[in-house]
Write a protein that binds this ligand. Sequence first.
Ligand SMILES: NC(=O)c1ccc[n+]([C@@H]2O[C@H](COP(=O)([O-])OP(=O)(O)OC[C@H]3O[C@@H](n4cnc5c(N)ncnc54)[C@H](OP(=O)(O)O)[C@@H]3O)[C@@H](O)[C@H]2O)c1
Length: 235
Amino acid sequence: MSEPLNGKTCVVTGASSGIGRAVAQALAAQGARVVGYARRFEQERLLFLPGPGEVTELALDITDEAQVSARFAELPTIDVLVNAAGLGLFAPLVETELEALRALLAVHVTGTFACCREAAMRMQATLCGHIVTIGSIASTRYLPGCGAYAVAKSAQAAMSRALVEELRAHQVRVTHLLLGAVDTSLWQSAGVDEASLDRSRMLQPADVAEVVVEALTRPGLSLETMTILPPGGVL
Ligand SMILES: NC(=O)c1ccc[n+]([C@@H]2O[C@H](COP(=O)([O-])OP(=O)(O)OC[C@H]3O[C@@H](n4cnc5c(N)ncnc54)[C@H](OP(=O)(O)O)[C@@H]3O)[C@@H](O)[C@H]2O)c1
């Protein structure tokens, strides 16, 4: 049986681009009241998209714990949290500067943790809710040039595994997606040479958004870890 998202408050981090943006729009299309966070949303903006829901864009840097607490406290309820904020880095691990590793950990691990903790405390109290984290296949297998990114995504995956078990008794569901390559701007910001990429073989952000909607609307299933790759496999 499917559960409607109509009228639910869905928080999406990383909503200004790529997967987070596609997820925010897909949830709004299902009638959700989406609160989308990203650093570049300087002005609060309410988007009315085709369909019944809406997206409110708000500025938030998830690496700032005080900002996260303040933003989440503004919300009367949180039914869904989708952690899609992230950044990439493509370099051999031994050539990675400590600051670059810290920046990856600050978003994927401590920043995501701050968002999960705020949402989980609220969801535990209401005995419902769903946390989805956009993870990477790099956390389960070695991908050349992805060492530091894999360290951060592996820690993020461990966090999701712990949350699945800690929140189960409170009827809060937790889903972790292990994605292969997705056609977003992450590759550019990670420093990958565009000429080396075949974007036509990648997943599209809308494909991922469809899977997120499916996971959120199937309350009879605990979809804990899902691997989603392009048809050609890991690129
Ligand atoms: N693309 C892929 O192939 C792929 C594969 C597997 C997993 N993933 C994961 O998918 C997630 C989304 O990545 P994407 O591919 O959609 O990349 P993207 O298009 O570059 O989007 C990244 C998003 O994260 C936001 N962000 C970055 N740092 C932030 C911070 N400190 N606070 C708040 N928001 C922040 C960015 O917005 P602002 O810059 O405005 O803050 C942007 O909205 C990431 O966790 C990534 O690891 C991506």
